[in-house]
Write a protein that binds this ligand. Structure first.
Ligand code: GCU
Length: 329
């Protein structure tokens, strides 16, 4: 509630609505919703995306609103749909709830590593239809994405070394049926919750565990309340950049070329920043008292493999899955 009310106020303060063309054919400064802090690689890369646009496209720019200032991802997605916010970074789990083809790329083990993931998700032959699939129903287009890196489990009491160790622990996952099942495969009880509520959730004992990458673990300061990190590496997660389709279509051909070039540079920069940010996060969390533990990989592998059979149920999901796996080989 507070988030949505805050977003409404902020949007009113910004003047609301788009004013494309007001300056004589030029663009506008687009509002982009992000749920990360300003020292997260996603903020850095998106901010630079905006700078490149300002330099190379006629009147276009980007103002990134970090820390869920425009709402948590589910709200931000709605705002992009109705055009009151222009762009947002949303996790793949959010899109799974609108088109179940997106489930495929939210599966554990579909991507071997960040490089494989980036190759697949920026290959228009694989993702072209998928990325346009929400234009008519939801009014936004997917432009591509950023990696979430490898995600692992962390707990308030721990560490976890086998699925049995996670038994009985309420484990926060993103709002996704697949990820609830994934928490169960890892041994815990899946509890969906918005990202911004998780620090308090862990601190107050509403949940006992969560799963994420080291960068989020550190930048959200979750290590302060859940200091036991266990390297389950169960999933290479994925964030998407979405944009309101009417706005995207209002960009002139020439500016669109500059836009695409700047976006490509942004996701490439993000991938480059990721490895260093991960190491810095490990160092910072360790300094803050966190411990990082290896787990029994084999014990987690089999239940995670089984999720693909359970959740890939349609031909189009199978096609995406096969294309992704073929790109790994
Ligand atoms: C990562 C990801 C976010 C997501 C978050 C979460 O930080 O980049 O998009 O919201 O995980 O677990 O909710």
């Amino acid at each position: 509630m507070a988030g949505a009310a805050g977003a409404a106020l902020l949007l009113a303060a910004c003047g609301g609505g788009d004013d494309n063309g007001g300056g004589g054919g030029g663009g506008t400064t687009m509002r982009l919703a992000l749920n990360q802090t300003e020292d997260h690689p996603s903020y850095v890369a998106l901010d630079n995306f905006g700078t490149a646009l300002e330099e190379n496209a006629d009147g276009w720019g980007i103002e990134v609103y970090p820390n869920e200032t425009l709402g948590a991802q589910a709200e931000a997605l709605q705002l992009v749909s109705d055009g009151s916010v222009d762009m947002a970074i949303v996790s793949g789990t959010q899109l799974e709830n609108l088109n179940d083809d997106f489930v495929t790329f939210n599966l554990p083990r579909v991507f071997d590593d960040v490089e494989h993931q980036m190759n697949v998700i920026h290959d228009p032959e694989i993702t072209g239809d998928l990325y346009a699939s929400l234009e008519e129903s939801n009014g936004f287009t997917v432009l591509g994405g950023f990696t979430q890196g490898a995600r692992s489990i962390y707990t308030t009491e721990g560490p976890v070394e086998t699925p049995e160790d996670l038994a009985g622990m309420d484990t926060r996952v993103q709002e996704s049926d697949l990820h609830i099942a994934m928490a169960e495969a890892l041994g815990g009880n899946g509890t969906p919750m918005a990202y911004g509520e998780l620090y308090t959730g862990l601190q107050s004992g509403v949940v006992d565990a969560a799963e994420n990458n080291e960068v989020s673990y550190f930048t959200q300061r979750h290590y302060e309340v859940a200091p036991h990190w266990s390297y389950t590496n169960h999933l290479v997660g994925l964030d998407y950049l979405i944009i309101n389709t009417d706005l995207l279509e209002s960009i002139s051909e020439e500016d669109r070329a500059a836009f695409d070039e700047a976006w490509t540079a942004a996701y490439e920069e993000h991938t480059q920043l990721w490895a260093d940010a991960t190491q810095e996060a490990i160092d910072g969390a360790t300094e803050g008292g966190a411990t990082f533990t290896e787990v029994d990989d084999a014990a987690f592998a089999e239940p995670l493999e089984a999720l693909a059979d359970e959740f890939i149920t349609t031909d189009s999901q199978r096609e995406l899955y096969d294309a992704a796996r073929a790109a790994a080989e």
